[in-house]
Design a protein. Structure first.
Lengths: 553, 106
């Protein structure tokens, strides 16, 4: 894991100190809200429905036990004992008093954390594959490059006042677990014809009001050109991105309106025109220095099969199910990655109590080589766990109420905070998500249905990624009543697809029964051999599912 | 943005609501120009004079942020097309009722 150097430390400490002064001036009335607002947003402080919300950056979702314990402490001391893990691999607190914010930034700095650039029209937290460095299919660990981009983009003067917020994701696996095609810039690490690793540049994807799957702007960019080519893209966006209409200000609109070829031409022109002194050429020693922080841990030499793990699976159906659904293959024999689904029935997706956070810290420290990740599905992952330790890990997770065996299944729902917390939302998300979870309350049934991504957003801003759910749910306001549009066929992986709205919205209480009918339709149509929901829908089309959706509405 | 609140005509009963600057708590403007966390304490406004009171509230920036009109019934209950939002705002999140004002958790 990356460790702060003296510059990082100074920068974060000074920023916290600066914000303390700004808060004091606000509380004394020396700063009006209209003047204070951009200052607080630059420090991740929003004013939400009930209180201030603080969004804390977790660069590419990477935590360790010390950081997780500090986040738990903040939940206890300054919040109400909860934290919310987000689709940006960050964490949010819903109840922190403004007067306490500077103290919170100080205690975050104590563990090399901050809230800088978690809001505002700047480059936000860089996200990545939560299985980086552990999975079977990546060509290289993408996290050093995420860290390089983080350092380059933090307080970059040219990109601190962009037309709109800007989100970058990096992945290096054949399977895209970072949703790179629905980011402002998605970077997919690939080899060129010479076998050299570089980056496919995917630009202009995104969700929200106008969703797009991003097109490829360049198939391969060399590592040494990464930052310069990023700058060329950012400059074209900064120059031509619309500032007159926030709904048309994201880079996806620019790429769409210019057309891909013209956008590419402008980027290439900008890239070629950069003066030598402007090129951000990364010294190899700096790349090596950062990469060293992400060196693989010292794995033990273990047999691929663990007797303890095999006995664990055989001991109960519950344990076998959890192992099947929540463990991911690891590149090192005798190891696995453990997916902790923060999706217990009836709980807000992505929420964890401070006790649960401490439990994850303890388990990660003791059994997971102190490597804890936040996944964009609002779950937590222990990337490196010995198969021999799985029984102990499961027992500890179960004791903490973190043993939901639903990773990647119907009740592992992505949902934004919705109208229960968010000042922008039109409708509640959590309650609808909980009712849909109840459809899958029978684990045998949920297992039978298999892989299914249900994503719920409370408004068109799409923080719940409804456009890329196999089933997406979008809350809308109709004359003061909550209604929910249903979308089918989205996906966020390497086959990224924007889901299609099916028709009129359903009432709150109609949603879960309708989803059950859709699932029953899938079960009646799927081919033998475990054809997945999304594959059945692709094969037969959406019509029978739509018919089922509205059958009794 | 959906955070923009609907415009309310002069005949519609309304209160002024905002957030306390220090804590972010939801508050309502009372007749004596103080801010209360209890909607029952709010002054119910009608007529064009209400705009003057909102303008006064907008200047009370040391104490509150972003005041706006919220529709109520003649006897001060949450009303209108924002009823769900304002009820949640007044009482607390529906998924964690123990955190909201409905639990007396101020």
């Amino acid at each position: 894991m990356y460790r702060y150097d003296e510059f990082d430390e100074t920068l974060v400490r000074e920023r916290a100190k600066q914000f303390r002064g700004q808060v004091e001036r606000r509380l004394k009335g020396e700063l009006k809200e209209e003047h204070f607002k951009p200052l607080r947003l630059q420090n991740g402080v929003y004013l939400q429905l009930h209180a201030y919300m603080l969004r804390v950056a977790i660069p590419y979702g990477q935590l360790n036990a010390k950081k997780m314990r500090q986040l738990a402490m903040i939940a206890d001391v300054y919040d109400k004992g909860y934290a919310h893990f987000t689709t940006r691999q960050n964490v949010q607190y819903n109840w922190i008093k403004l007067a306490d914010m500077p103290d919170v930034l100080d205690v975050l700095a104590d563990v090399e954390m901050h809230a800088i650039q978690t809001s505002g029209n700047c480059i936000r937290n860089v996200t990545s594959d939560h299985l980086a460095g552990a999975n079977l299919d990546e060509i290289e660990d993408p996290r050093p490059w995420c860290e390089i981009i983080r350092q380059w983009s933090t307080f970059h003067p040219e990109f601190s006042s962009l037309p709109r917020k800007f989100k970058i994701a990096v992945t290096a696996g054949e399977t895209d677990r970072a949703a790179v095609r629905v980011h402002d810039i998605g970077l997919h690490m690939k080899k060129n014809a010479d076998g050299k690793v570089g980056f496919e540049f995917i630009v202009g994807g995104g969700l929200g009001r106008t969703p797009f799957v991003g097109p490829t702007v360049r198939e391969w960019v060399a590592k040494e050109d990464l930052l310069s080519y990023l700058e060329a893209n950012m400059r074209v966006y900064n120059r031509h991105g619309r500032r007159d209409n926030k709904y048309k200000a994201r880079i996806k609109i620019l790429v769409s309106e210019l057309g891909l070829e013209e956008y590419k031409r402008q980027v290439e022109e900008e890239f070629a025109a950069q003066n030598t002194w402007e090129k951000v050429v990364l010294p190899q020693e700096e790349i090596d220095r950062i990469t060293a922080y992400f060196a693989p841990p010292k794995f033990e030499t273990l047999p691929a099969v663990s007797a303890a793990f095999e006995a664990f699976k055989s001991a109960s159906r519950e344990q076998a199910r959890w192992a099947k659904n929540n463990l991911r293959p690891h590149r090192t024999p005798g190891y696995t990655s453990v997916h902790i689904a923060l999706k217990q029935q009836g709980e807000a997706p992505g929420d964890a109590t401070s006790d649960q956070m401490r439990a994850m810290a303890d388990i990660g420290e003791r059994y997971g080589l102190d490597d804890i990740r936040v996944a964009h599905e609002q779950d937590v992952v222990l990337a490196h766990v010995r198969l021999d330790d799985v029984p102990a890990v499961y027992a500890a997770l179960k004791a903490a109420g973190l043993h939901a065996s639903n990773a990647g299944l119907g009740s592992d729902i992505i949902a934004c905070p919705g109208l229960d917390y968010c000042n922008l939302s039109n409708a509640r998300s959590i309650s609808v998500a909980n009712e849909i979870q109840a459809v899958f309350a029978d684990p045998e049934f949920e297992d039978d249905v298999g892989t299914l991504h249900v994503n719920v957003s409370g408004c068109i801003n799409a923080c719940g990624h409804h456009h890329v759910g196999h089933i997406g749910i979008l809350g809308v306001d109709k004359k003061g009543e909550e209604f929910y549009q249903v979308l089918f066929g989205g996906r966020a992986d390497e086959k990224a697809t924007i889901a299609a709205i099916q028709g009129p919205g359903l009432k709150h209480e109609e949603v879960a029964p309708a989803i059950r009918r859709v699932i029953d339709t899938y079960l009646s149509l799927r081919r033998d051999g475990g054809e997945k929901f999304i594959d059945t829908m692709s094969r037969v089309g959406q019509a029978p599912f739509k018919e089922a959706l509205y059958a009794a509405a | 943005m959906s955070s923009e609140r609907p415009k309310l005509g002069p005949d519609i009963p309304k209160v002024v609501t905002a957030w306390l600057s220090a804590t972010g708590r939801v508050v309502y403007l009372t007749k004596d120009r103080n801010w209360s966390e209890d909607l029952a304490d709010a002054e119910i406004l009608t007529g064009v004079e209400a705009n003057d009171i909102l303008a006064w509230a907008a200047k009370d920036q040391t104490r509150v942020s972003d005041p706006y009109f919220m529709q109520v019934t003649a006897d001060g209950k949450v009303a209108g097309r924002e009823t769900i939002r304002e009820t949640i705002r007044a009482r607390g999140p529906t998924n964690h009722p123990m955190f909201g004002k409905q639990a007396g958790n101020n």
